[in-house]
Design a protein around this ligand. Sequence first.
Ligand code: PLP
Length: 453
Amino acid sequence: MDFKNNILETIGSTPLIKLNKIANELPCQVLAKVETFNPGHSIKDRMAVKMIDDAEKNGLLKPGGTIIECTSGNTGMGIALVSAVRGYKCIFTTTDKQSKEKMDILKAVGAEVIVCPTNVTAENAMSYYSVAERLSKEIPNSYWCNQYDNLSNREAHYESTGPEIWKQTDGKITHLIVGVGTGGTISGTAKYLKEQNPNVKIWGVDTYGSVFKKYHETGEFDEKEIYPYITEGIGEDILPKNVDFSLIDHFEKVSDKDGAVYARRLAKEEGILLGYSCGSAMAGLIQLKDQLSPDDIVVIIFHDHGSRYVGKIYNDEWMRERGFLDTELKVEDLLSRKLTTEFITVNKEKSVKIVLDLMKEHDISQLPVTNGEEELVGSVTESTILSFILENPLNNIEAPISKIMDKPFPVLDTDTYVKELNKYITKERPAVIAKDKSGKLQVVTNYDIIQAL
Ligand SMILES: Cc1ncc(COP(=O)(O)O)c(C=O)c1O
């Protein structure tokens, strides 16, 4: 039989997956270490089990004890899994900016969750660090993991993440890029990789509102760098002991918007549903593309799963409220709102009467005109027909439409911005033809634009 003795044995050995479409903008190969394959759906399972193993070994955590941790969710999930298997109680402090899904998941795996305010300094008695520390002093037989300063965190990545990446790339990795929070992932993985090949470049992804980049570049801990931001899991207002700045070659800051947009692109273009900081790592890599060449092999670490962010970055309303969605409408947006998608045309030999009947039947005011080969050779509108009928004797209604047709409607790609349509849609020519990537044609009229606004 082939089975694991418990869920903890499934941690690690995650796949390395080539990024395709989204990496087209880059000159080199990009391989993603997709950590969502861990049982808690994040990389933090690795360090959770290591912190607890080490605490048990050092006699800091005794059977039946309570584990306390300040966590944005993922470390908590890992600790909760270990606690379920080994019989510990968990109390987690978290901040009020974390997604509700993360908190609900922690409760589902048996943890008690205490929500603390985000907008207070780390030293403030209400901060999630301070509350965790206080509880660890107050509750008997408790152990505060403190993932920020507990070096078992980065050791976990030195022991597992680093060796896995080295082996999976056959020692060919040239660059590692990863979001930095506690610094455990980047520092442990970088230490192992640089020991194998000191030339491997290590790039950390930081947020605006975090102290890392400036501290790395100037040695100054600048409090003016600190302000609230929306991205979850990366950036800090403290310098955790787990960040080994000497191993990091460069920090790249990524905006809240770009992180969210790239996470959505990873889901749509690669089919990998990931968390916010994964989008930040991807956006950071794209920002650094000029520093890469065709022979490079970049490994990007994706920390956690997108299911924890469905109410946030994967929710259009949430994105729009923060100005993260390009609100500029494209022709494809107009088409998605149309009830009928049929492309109705008429042959140029058909009579004016037949065209009028067709228009009435389908409740449309304009028609593309084709020749026998189904090529678009003209167009006709209700108003052209009306003028013709009013100016000419009634029996002319049997005349072929080619006699009065205008030039064909212009054909545009469906990703044309609606604001550009004014160049094509006029009073005399009230429609264009949109062509999608598969070659499918549809008429777009000024009525469709009004409907969409
Ligand atoms: C979603 C997410 N991304 C990135 C990170 C940063 O990883 P590390 O703390 O190892 O620097 C974390 C850490 O909590 C995280 O939860």
